[in-house]
Write a new protein. Structure first.
Length: 284
C-alpha cells in the first residue's frame, strides 16, 4: 500500500509546475492544523496578516453505518511563524464485550514556518511540525499516545490555467502505551485548485489529498482498538470543496470557510462525509 501511495505522489508532482503569484488559501485541516483535510500544509493560519490570529473550526464526520464524530478545533497563529492547534475528536462509543467504551481523542499540534520565504507566500513554503495525539481518553483498557513529527512543503502553480497549490508531507509516527513502534514512514500529498475564478471569484476550491495516515492515528470511523482507523487498510483519499466566503466584500477582513468532504472515498465501510466550517479573526 505504501509503495502505491508514494508512486501516486510522484505522479502528482507533475500536475503543478508553472509558478503563479496568487496568495494560497490557509484553511484548517481536520485535526486543527493549517492544511488540507488529512495533511498539514507549509503555511500557518495568519502568516502574512497578523502577529496573532485565531481560527475556530467544527466538523462532523458522518458514516452511515457507524455514526457521527464531532470535531471542534482552535488554531492560534503567533508572530507570523508559529502555530498552535487543539482539536477534540468526539467519537461515538464502541460496544466491546457487551460494554460501551469511550472513544474520544485529544489532538494537539505545533508548527513552525521556516524562514525560507517569509515575505512571499506565493512561492515554496516549508514548515516543520509535530502532532501529539492522546487516543481513547478516559478509556483504561485501550488508550495510547501517538506522536508525529513531520515536514510539510507547499508550492504554487497552475493547472489548466487555474491557480493551484501542491503540498507534500513526510513524517514518522511514534507510539507510547499501545502499539509497537515500526519503521513505517508517513507520506501524504494534496492538491488545492481554484475552480473557475472568473465565475466564482476565487471562492470555490477543489481539494484532494491522499496519504498513508489520516487526521489522527485512529480517525473515525474505527473499531476503538489501535490501528482500526480508516487509513490503516489501503491509505486514505479525501476530496471535496472548500468554499472561501472571505473573498466577498464585508467578510474579507476575516476567515470564513465551509468544507464539504468525501472521506476515504475508495473504501467500502470506511467511506464517510464531512461537513464543517472555520471562522478566523486577526487580533493584532
Amino acid at each position: 500500500m505504501k509503495k502505491h501511495v508514494i508512486l501516486a505522489g510522484i505522479l502528482f508532482f507533475g500536475m503543478t509546475f508553472v509558478m503563479a503569484q496568487e496568495q494560497p488559501l490557509k484553511g484548517q485541516s481536520m485535526n486543527g492544523s493549517t492544511g488540507l483535510y488529512s495533511i498539514p500544509s507549509g503555511h500557518i493560519g495568519w502568516e502574512n496578516s497578523a502577529n496573532l490570529g485565531i481560527d475556530l473550526g467544527y466538523r462532523a464526520v458522518i458514516n452511515n453505518s457507524e455514526g457521527i464524530a464531532h470535531i471542534p478545533a482552535i488554531t492560534a497563529s503567533l508572530f507570523k511563524w508559529v502555530e498552535l492547534s487543539l482539536a477534540l475528536d468526539l467519537q461515538p462509543e464502541i460496544n466491546i464485550n457487551g460494554k460501551n467504551q469511550k472513544n474520544d481523542d485529544l489532538l494537539l499540534g505545533l508548527k513552525v514556518r521556516m524562514p525560507t520565504n517569509m515575505k512571499n507566500t506565493s512561492s515554496t513554503n516549508i514548515a516543520l511540525g509535530v502532532n501529539a495525539q492522546f487516543i481513547n481518553l478516559g478509556n483504561d483498557n485501550y488508550n495510547y499516545n501517538a506522536f508525529q513529527p513531520y515536514a510539510a512543503i507547499s508550492y504554487m502553480g497552475t493547472f489548466f490555467k487555474m491557480n493551484a497549490e501542491t503540498t507534500v508531507v513526510f513524517g514518522k509516527t511514534f507510539y507510547s502505551g499501545g502499539p509497537d513502534n515500526n519503521s513505517d514512514i508517513d507520506f501524504g500529498m494534496g492538491f488545492d485548485l481554484i475552480l473557475f475564478p472568473d465565475v466564482f471569484k476565487e471562492a470555490v476550491h477543489w481539494i484532494i489529498d491522499f496519504a498513508n495516515f489520516s487526521y489522527s492515528d485512529n480517525s473515525w470511523p474505527n473499531g476503538l482498538l489501535a490501528h482500526t482507523g480508516s487509513a490503516w487498510y489501503r491509505g486514505i483519499v479525501n476530496t471535496g470543496f472548500r468554499i472561501d466566503l472571505s473573498v466577498f466584500p464585508g467578510l474579507n477582513k476575516f476567515k470564513f470557510m465551509v468544507d464539504l468532504v468525501f472521506n476515504d472515498l475508495f473504501d467500502d465501510g470506511q467511506r464517510s462525509f464531512t461537513i464543517g466550517g472555520v471562522f478566523g479573526i486577526p487580533i493584532k
